[in-house]
Design a protein around this ligand. Structure first.
Ligand code: ADP
Ligand code: ZN
Ligand code: ZN
Length: 652
């Protein structure tokens, strides 16, 4: 007897000339549609338990909230192999998972003794009933991971078959966490979900989660849309991180969906960070989220690093600069080398130099297709645009005047690496950035080498700033944070603060060794008086966040208002602007603040001119209602302008 199809089941359906996979969203016994308009499904995957109604509801919510079609939410998260519905491989995979009858033993091993604040946090998480959003505000190195693991242990031991989802912002952070989790729970099947998995692995892990076999699921933002039938706890580590926001297609925030999903399932959700997003901080202040604090470093006698500023503007005594590194910082590096300790230099700019120019005529390496410079990548003898991917050989002479003496301007990580190698020829220097880690697995190898102590000085972009627990690092140098101090984006200072606190947090994670250095952070800046630095030096997130929130309230910025951003791109800027202008009049905008259409800060990318229109409202439901109408009206315009809408935009 063939079972009647159910909502949540996967089906193979004809679509034009192709066969595609679909999810049954609902089942109707009778329909008004004429029969000849309906096509039969080719196959129903009945051996796979249906996706749950809660999962479908999550997809419906996300599609509605972010104003995208349901299929775009529900289908991409399904493993490709599953989409192709190759029966044999699916059957095999299911069999392999379910035949594995080994009893899942959730008993953790070797649980370190928690300190008082950690204990309180774990107890609160484990004892909470129903929907319980919590903000775990713990300074860097305060042992948040330990809190997650022990809270997970409690949930797994209390609730038969319970699943725990732990999200991290970056793929690079999954191996370290995965190793911790596997070591702690040797009897538990752990699944990982991120974009770095091969198709076969992805299918295995997704199935393990969907069939409830995997009890702990680690993943990046996409994991929030996974099918997890027994989900009982969600943890979002480094919740402030903007990587949780997808920047194309379905522009969702995995952190926000995590809170929604927890609410829907009536389970606890933990947002953890040393530098929470202002949105989450605001909710914690207002009592909507329960605030849990870890004020001290967890390792005995480890203390937060001393933070110093190196004033690059002061006239006398002037800092002597060598290869972009100040004399003070060089001395500090020298000390670490002598003592066998590690240092980290942070510079959020990859490549050798951000631009090259000709002194004779003023030519400079602009990208022909973007309002951006071509970045010098000296090692590959290329100039590259980081925005459109255009690249070319480094010209031998100036394209305008023929001068052969073209000069790099400014410094990227490659140039710093080269410079440091001349300053410290004996030092083992390693650079970690998107360029040095293109090969699959190479980032992990690099981080492993640092952990094994095979590196004296690590140079890196934001890739090295987050999450990593470097045990022998006593010095962090920040080379050039200044550009972010005066950005147009009101979120820039929040972000810079978080970034500096995070990178500073990599130092001093163990107690100072006898004869060892006091761990310190040295920031090179031309604006030492900037209030942001005072807050950083005091490790004072709380005061800084309070001030920023006040500013936001006065200026009517989020979280005091809700926003959506309509972006448009066209061959000519005026076309994009005209479209946005038209967009302001195509529906009733009562109660909604419609700002003027403006060119984006980086106007041109890949020969397209880009403009944006910000809409705001003090009520989220009112904004949602408006957006629904608006997107329908915009689609009906059938414009040739490419447009996209971002709800709760993070980049303005
Ligand atoms: P965070 O995520 O808050 O930055 P981590 O979780 O990386 O901090 O913890 C920092 C270090 O403290 C880790 O090496 C961890 O093993 C250690 N640690 C955590 N909790 C304890 C504890 N209760 N006792 C001793 N060491 C701890
Ligand atoms: Zn020239
Ligand atoms: Zn370009």
């Amino acid at each position: 007897m063939s079972a009647y199809p159910q909502a949540g089941q996967l089906v193979l359906v004809p679509f034009g000339r192709r066969e595609v996979v679909g999810v049954i969203v609902s089942v109707h016994a009778d329909s008004d549609l004429p029969l000849e308009k309906l096509k039969p499904a080719i196959a129903v995957r009945a051996q796979l338990s249906p996706l749950s109604p809660q999962w479908l509801a999550l997809c419906v919510f996300a599609a509605d909230y972010y104003q995208r079609p349901l299929g775009e939410v529900a289908v991409p998260g399904l493993p490709k192999n599953l989409r192709a519905l190759k029966t044999t491989s699916l059957d095999k995979a299911i069999k392999k998972l379910t035949a594995n009858t080994a009893v899942h033993d959730a008993t953790p091993v070797a649980m370190p003794i928690l300190n008082l604040e950690q204990r309180q946090a774990v107890d609160t998480m484990a004892n909470s009933v129903g929907f319980a959003p919590m903000l775990l505000h713990g300074v860097t190195g305060s042992g948040k991971t330990e809190v997650y693991l022990q809270a997970a242990a409690k949930v797994l031991e209390d609730k038969a078959a319970a699943q725990v989802l732990i999200l991290v912002p970056e793929i690079n952070l999954t191996p370290q966490l995965e190793a911790n989790v596997r070591e702690r729970f040797p009897g538990v099947l752990v699944a990982t979900l991120h974009s770095g998995l091969a198709e076969g692995e992805r299918m295995q892990h997704w199935l393990a989660a969907h069939l409830g076999r995997a009890r702990i699921i680690l993943g990046t933002r996409l994991a929030i849309l996974a099918s997890l039938p027994h989900l009982k706890l969600i943890i979002v580590d480094e919740e402030h991180d903007t990587s949780y926001k997808q920047q194309e297609g379905l522009r969702y925030s995995a952190r926000d969906l995590a809170v929604w999903r927890a609410h829907q399932l009536a389970i606890p959700v933990v947002l953890g960070s040393a530098t929470p997003s202002l949105e989450s901080w605001y909710h914690a202040q207002s009592g909507r989220y329960l605030k849990l604090e870890l004020r001290e470093r967890a390792v005995k006698d480890a203390v937060l690093p001393k933070i110093g500023l190196i004033d690059l503007e002061r006239r006398a005594p002037r800092e002597l600069m060598t290869e972009g590194v100040s004399a003070t910082l060089i001395t500090a590096l020298q000390q670490r080398l002598e003592r066998g300790e590690q240092s980290l230099l942070f510079l959020n700019r990859r490549g050798y130099a951000p631009v090259i120019n000709c002194d004779a005529c003023g030519w400079i390496s602009n990208c022909q297709r973007c309002s951006a410079f071509l970045v010098l990548h000296k090692l590959d003898h290329r100039l590259r645009c980081h925005h459109c991917g255009y690249e070319q050989r480094i010209p031998k002479s100036c394209p305008d005047c023929g001068n052969v003496d073209l000069q790099p301007l400014g410094r990227g990580t490659q140039r710093i690496e080269e410079g440091l190698q001349t300053i410290f020829p004996q030092a083992r220097i390693m650079r970690i950035d998107a360029d040095s880690t293109r090969r699959k697995g190479s980032a992990q190898e690099a981080f492993d080498a640092v952990h094994r102590g095979e590196v004296d000085i690590l140079i890196g972009t934001q890739m090295v700033a987050k999450g990593h627990d470097f045990r022998n690092l006593t010095l962090v140098g920040v080379l050039n944070p200044d550009t972010a101090l005066f950005s147009h984006d009101y979120r820039a200072s929040e972000r810079l603060f978080a970034q500096l606190m995070q990178v500073a947090g990599r130092a001093g994670r163990v107690a100072q060794k006898e004869g060892g250095s006091v761990s310190e952070v040295l920031i090179q800046t031309r604006f030492p008086q900037h209030p942001l630095f005072a807050a950083i030096r005091a490790h004072d997130y709380q005061t800084f966040a309070g001030e920023l929130l006040q500013e936001r309230q006065q200026a009517n910025f989020p979280p005091f208002i809700y926003q959506a951003l309509l972006r448009a791109e066209a061959k000519e800027l005026k076309t994009a602007l005209a479209f946005l202008q038209q967009a302001t009049t195509c529906v009733d905008t009562d109660g909604i603040t419609i700002n003027d259409p403006i060119p984006m800060t980086m106007t041109r990318v890949a020969n397209m001119e880009r403009a944006q229109l910000l809409v705001e409202c003090t009520s989220r439901p009112a904004l949602q209602a408006f957006l629904k109408q608006w997107t329908a009206a915009l689609r009906a315009l059938k414009t040739r302008v490419r447009w996209s809408l971002e709800v709760d935009p993070v980049d303005l």
